[in-house]
Ligand binder design. Structure first.
Ligand code: AMP
Ligand code: MG
Length: 488
C-alpha cells in the first residue's frame, strides 16, 4: 500500500524512539485525500477503506513502516524546553512521491509516547479537521505547507476543556519534520557528532546543492533563512497568523507546520492575536517576521561549532552576518509579492511606500485585508466602487488610489494581463474564521457537508464562482472577537 523508504529511521538512529500507535476501538475514515494519495503513489483504493482507517489511526502499522517518535527541544514563547519531542505523533515512514520528492507520512493523535510528559497523546476531531482545512487552503494558495492525507475518528471519547469530544487522528504529509528544535535538542546535550550528522542529513534532504561543500553549515543557515523569509512573506501577504511560532514549530524545509491556534485576519491590524494563550502578543500577525529571525538565531547557535570549530568568535561573526540579512531577504520576498498583488511588474523606488501606504489606510479603517486587495483588480480596470465600499470612510483610500493609478500608468502591461495576474495573487476565498467554526461545529455533530463544501471552495481560492458569495465575506458583526485554542 505504501512504498516506504525510511531514511530517518535508517540513518538517524539515536534521534528517535521506535514506537507504535495506540490501539483504538473503532477507527473510521472521515476524509481521505485521494488526490494527494495518488501523488504519493500510494494504493489509493486499498487505503480508502476500514484497513486504511486503522492504519491512519495508528492502530495498525502497514507493511514496511518503521513508526517512530522524534526527539526535539524548543523555545516555547521564548522559554527553552530541553525535551519536547513527538508527544502525540508518530512518523510512520517516508515515501518518494510522483515528483521524486521524499515525503514524511506522519500521524498526529496516535497515542502516548516516551515524549508525552503529562499529555494523553490524543487529538480530537475539531482541531484535526481544522488542520485539514487550513493546511489544504494554504496549499491551494501556494504557501509551502504540510498537507492533510487523511482524517480518522477513533471511536474513543477524549476529555478536553469543554467535556468529552470524539477522538481523531490526522495523517499529514511533509517534506520532512526536521525542526529548529531538532537541532536544539542535540545542541543542548552537547552532542556534537549527532549535530553534524543531523545537519548533513538536512542538507542532503533539503539543500543537496550544499552537500560536500566546506562551508555547508553556514550555507545551510543561509538557505533556511531564505526559505523561511519567503514563507513568512507569503503568510503576511495572505493575512495568515500562525499563532505558535515556537522553535519546535519551525521547519528546516521552509514549510508551514503544526496548525493549532492559527487563523486568517479579516480586518487589517498588525497587532492581531487569535490564540488564547498568547497573552503578550508575541506571535501577533505583524510580529511574525521578527519572530522568524529570532528563531533562526536559535538555529544559528546550534550550528556555531560546525561553522568554525576552532574559532568561536569567527563562527559567531559569520552566523550573525547570515541572520542579520534576514530582514533584507524577507523584504525582497514581501515586496515582490506586494507588487504582484498591486498589479505592478516594473520595480520603482517608491513601491515600498506605495504598499505600506495602503496598509496604513487599511489599518486606520480596520478594512478587510483580503477583500480590499481582491477588489483592486476592478479598480485597476477603472471601477473603484467595490473598493471604496469596503471603507467606512474612504477619504484616505482615495488619496492612495490616486497615487496607485499614477503608478499604474507608468506600467506597460496590457490591462487584461494585469488583472489576471492580480487575481492570481489576491484570493477571493480564504478560510474565514466563522466559516471554519461553523464547518467544525457541524462535523463534530456528525454532519460533514459544510466541511466538505468548505474544502471544495478553498481548493480554488483565486477563482470567483457564482453562488459562493457568502464564502468571500468577513465574519458578521455578531461573531465577535475570535479566539483560538491550541489543539491539545
Ligand atoms: P504543539 O503545541 O502541538 O506544537 O505541541 C508542543 C509539544 O507538546 C509537543 O512536544 C507535542 O508533542 C506535545 N503535546 C501537545 N499535545 C499533546 C498531547 N495531547 N499529549 C501529549 N503531548 C502533547
Ligand atoms: Mg508542534
Amino acid at each position: 500500500m505504501f512504498n516506504f523508504d525510511n531514511s530517518y529511521a535508517r540513518e538517524l538512529e539515536g534521534f528517535y524512539v521506535p514506537w507504535k500507535g495506540a490501539e483504538v476501538p473503532a477507527p473510521k475514515m472521515v476524509r481521505f485525500n485521494r488526490a494527494l494519495a495518488q501523488a504519493l503513489k500510494l494504493d489509493v483504493d486499498a487505503l480508502d477503506s476500514d484497513e486504511g482507517a486503522a492504519i491512519f489511526a495508528g492502530h495498525m502499522a502497514p507493511e514496511g513502516a518503521s513508526p517512530l517518535a522524534m526527539a526535539y527541544a524548543g523555545h516555547q514563547f521564548g522559554g527553552f524546553s530541553a525535551q519536547l519531542g513527538d508527544g502525540r505523533a508518530l512518523l510512520l515512514g517516508e515515501v518518494i512521491d510522483a515528483d521524486g520528492v521524499r515525503r514524511d507520512i506522519h500521524l498526529k493523535g496516535s497515542g502516548r509516547t516516551p515524549f508525552s510528559r503529562g499529555g494523553d497523546g490524543k487529538a480530537v476531531i475539531g482541531p484535526v479537521l481544522r488542520e485539514y482545512i487550513i493546511g489544504e487552503a494554504m496549499h491551494a494558495l501556494g504557501v509551502p505547507t504540510t498537507r492533510a492525507l487523511a482524517a480518522v475518528t477513533t471511536g474513543e471519547d477524549i476529555m478536553r476543556q469543554n467535556g468529552l469530544e470524539p477522538g481523531a487522528v490526522l495523517a499529514r504529509v511533509a517534506s520532512s519534520h526536521l525542526r529548529v528544535g531538532t537541532f536544539q535538542f542535540f545542541a543542548a546535550r552537547g552532542e556534537a557528532t549527532k549535530l553534524r550528522q543531523l545537519a548533513d542529513y538536512a542538507i542532503d534532504r533539503h539543500y543537496p546543492e550544499l552537500a560536500g561543500r566546506p562551508d555547508r553549515y553556514l550555507g545551510l543557515l543561509g538557505a533556511v533563512r531564505d526559505r523561511q523569509a519567503g514563507l513568512i512573506a507569503k503568510w503576511m501577504l495572505f493575512g495568515f497568523v500562525h499563532g505558535v511560532m515556537n522553535t519546535d514549530n519551525m521547519t528546516i524545509s521552509g514549510e508551514t507546520i503544526d496548525y493549532g491556534p492559527c487563523a486568517f485576519i479579516d480586518g487589517y491590524d498588525p497587532a492581531t492575536v487569535f490564540s488564547s494563550i498568547d497573552h503578550t502578543g508575541r506571535y501577533a500577525y505583524g510580529n511574525q517576521p521578527q519572530i522568524a529571525q529570532w528563531n533562526l538565531a536559535r538555529l544559528a547557535e546550534t550550528l556555531l561549532d560546525l561553522i568554525n570549530p576552532d574559532d568561536s568568535e569567527d563562527a559567531v561573526r559569520r552566523a550573525s552576518d547570515v541572520i542579520n540579512r534576514f530582514p533584507l531577504s524577507y523584504e525582497r520576498a514581501w515586496l515582490a509579492g506586494m507588487r504582484t498583488k498591486l498589479g505592478l511588474i516594473r520595480e520603482e523606488a517608491g513601491d515600498m511606500e506605495l504598499a505600506t501606504g495602503l496598509l496604513a489606510v487599511l489599518e486606520t479603517q480596520n478594512a478587510d485585508f483580503t477583500r480590499v486587495f481582491r477588489s483592486l483588480s476592478s479598480a485597476a480596470s477603472g471601477d473603484a466602487t467595490a473598493s471604496r465600499a469596503l471603507f467606512s470612510n474612504p477619504a484616505g483610500f482615495e488619496v492612495w488610489l490616486a497615487h496607485w493609478q499614477a503608478r499604474l500608468e507608468r506600467e506597460d502591461q496590457p490591462a487584461t494581463d494585469r488583472i489576471a495576474a492580480m487575481n492570481r495573487a489576491n484570493p477571493v476565498y480564504i478560510p474565514r474564521n466563522h466559516m471554519v467554526e461553523a464547518a467544525l461545529a457541524s462535523a463534530t455533530k456528525g454532519d460533514l457537508k459544510p466541511f466538505e463544501r468548505l474544502l471544495e471552495v478553498l481548493a480554488e481560492p483565486f477563482t470567483e464562482r457564482a453562488g459562493l458569495e457568502v464564502y468571500a465575506l468577513g465574519a458578521p458583526s455578531d461573531f465577535g472577537p475570535y479566539t483560538t485554542y491550541c489543539g491539545t
